[in-house]
Design a protein around this ligand. Structure first.
Ligand code: NAD
Length: 458
């Protein structure tokens, strides 16, 4: 049984929303400023919690968590007035004199459910959008990253308006209780199975959902690339957060002509980044918990180890591992790996990679390394994915103008930048007419000539 009176919290927020508390631009800006102050003033606590939960370095914690959230906040504050302005659209002659505009109105009381791998930004970044759009919000951080959950809860409680923004900590019982309530939007980040639970619960109330899910992100490496740069970028993106990244390259499909050279480069890059023993590198994180450690350790013998393969269960350490000669039907190619293991498979042509990828569920991210622009275009046109990064990995998520989200089984809906504001807003269509003129042609009794006029004016 949850310790918190969840229906009471939801009812309280709803009454705040119904009193228009959160709609003013002043309230939204103030909350965003306070949120930024919280991140800056509590940064040391946030870093300590991330270290405790995932062994994240300060560098990665800033780049992928606090720094990311601060830039989200600054971006939203700067553009908020423009986003909130009704967007004028043309009005056809038939509705003249009149003017038409799309108004953005807040949805109401929204729920944000986060995942453990980027446990700070995965709740804070959607929170920025929900506040900017003028909603009341409940944030439910992942209980798996227990230390960060506590810092998020305390920070929100200490800095933000409790009449509009609350945190409910906890796991399955708390989330189950939350999902019984009626929300105006649910924003969920996590795996497919719970995604289904969330969507099913939302359907009971006809609540719209955003599902930020995962999947196996393919990375195509053509034969005409700058191998050194490709290896550096792929190794960085894969072993960032020890592979526990929804947009990490899950597997590589390399052109057979360059396989050996590419594997050598990747191996030496791993050594360059994390030295001879990555276990001692302060930059290399740990696996979140024993369950995930065991799951990942069981995948290490799915191919020939090019580098890595070592584990230490007492520290939940798995070395950055690259595998070659991986059979297509081995367990490491079944589900999203979500850990520091990179299978490298070969293809004889990029078209073979396209067929391979299209025979599998649509990924969240697709990566293509090639100097050939026509080939890049062919891949872009033939593969559907949430997003794409050409000649790099992961960093497309840091472009605020690019909506971030999946397609098909990798998710629905998107956020980041303006897309976050839109996700938490209703686009209300408003036609405003004058009564000075009232065209008689639309009224009965109808006639051939009225129909002729209507056809001209419509
Ligand atoms: P998780 O275990 O933290 O679960 C996510 C949330 O669901 C948590 O808040 C948890 O409390 C809640 N939850 C768990 N079981 C539940 C249940 N039975 N009923 C209701 N709520 C429940 O995270 P996870 O699922 O292990 O997350 C990893 C997945 O998330 C990966 O597939 C990854 O790719 C994906 N992910 C996607 C994104 C994205 O932006 N698309 C970002 C990060 C992670």
């Amino acid at each position: 049984m949850p310790k918190v009176d969840i229906p009471g919290v939801v009812a309280h927020l709803r009454s705040s929303f119904d009193c228009y508390r959160t709609r003013d631009i002043a309230w939204r800006r103030e909350q965003l400023r306070r949120l930024k102050r919280m991140v800056l003033e509590r940064e040391a606590d946030i870093f300590a919690a991330l270290k405790e939960d995932l062994g994240k370095s300060t560098f990665e914690s800033w780049v992928t968590e606090t720094g990311f959230v601060i830039s989200n906040i600054d971006y939203a504050i700067k553009r908020l007035r423009a986003w909130m302005k009704p967007e004028k659209v043309t009005t056809p002659l038939i509705n003249q004199p009149g003017s038409s505009a799309v108004h953005r109105e807040p949805l109401g009381v929204v729920l944000i459910i986060g995942a453990w791998n980027y446990p700070f930004q995965l709740v804070m970044s959607p929170l920025v959008g929900a506040i900017a759009a003028g909603n009341c919000v409940i944030v439910k951080p992942s209980e798996v990253s227990v230390n960060t959950s506590a810092v998020v809860a305390k920070g929100i409680c200490d800095y933000l308006d409790p009449e509009g923004i609350r945190v409910i900590e906890g796991g399955v019982p708390e989330t189950t209780a939350l999902l019984k309530e009626s929300f105006d939007h649910i924003f969920y980040t996590g795996g497919h199975n719970v995604g289904r639970i969330v969507m099913e619960a939302a359907a009971k109330h006809l609540t719209p959902v955003t599902l930020e899910l995962g999947g196996k992100n393919p990375c195509i490496v053509d034969c005409n690339v700058n191998q050194a740069v490709a290896a550096r970028r792929i190794v960085w993106g894969k072993f960032l957060n020890a592979g526990q990244t929804c947009v990490a390259p899950d597997y590589v499909l390399v052109h057979e002509k360059v396989e050996t050279e590419f594997l050598d480069r990747m191996k030496s890059t791993v050594q360059q980044f994390y030295r001879a023993n990555p276990k001692n590198s302060p930059d290399y994180p740990r696996i979140i918990n024993q369950k995930h450690f065991n799951r990942l350790a069981a995948l290490l013998d799915c191919g020939e180890v090019v580098t890595g393969g070592e584990t230490d269960s007492s520290e939940r350490y798995i070395a950055p591992t690259i595998l070659r000669d991986v059979p297509v039907h081995s367990p490491v190619m079944d589900d999203e790996i979500f850990g520091p293991i990179l299978p490298v498979l070969t293809v004889s042509h990029v078209d073979e990679a396209v067929s391979f990828i299209n025979a599998r569920p649509k990924p969240l991210a697709l990566y293509i390394f090639s100097q050939d622009k026509r080939l890049q275009q062919r891949v872009l046109q033939r593969i559907s994915s949430g997003g794409v990064c050409v000649n790099d990995v992961v960093v497309h998520v840091a472009v605020p103008e690019l909506p971030f989200g999946g397609v098909g089984p990798s998710g629905m809906g998107a956020y980041h930048g303006r897309a976050s504001f839109e996700t938490f807003s209703h686009r209300k269509s408003v036609l405003s007419k004058s009564t000075r003129m009232d065209l008689p042609v639309r009224y009965p009794p109808y006639s051939e000539s009225k129909l002729k006029w209507i056809k001209r004016l419509a």
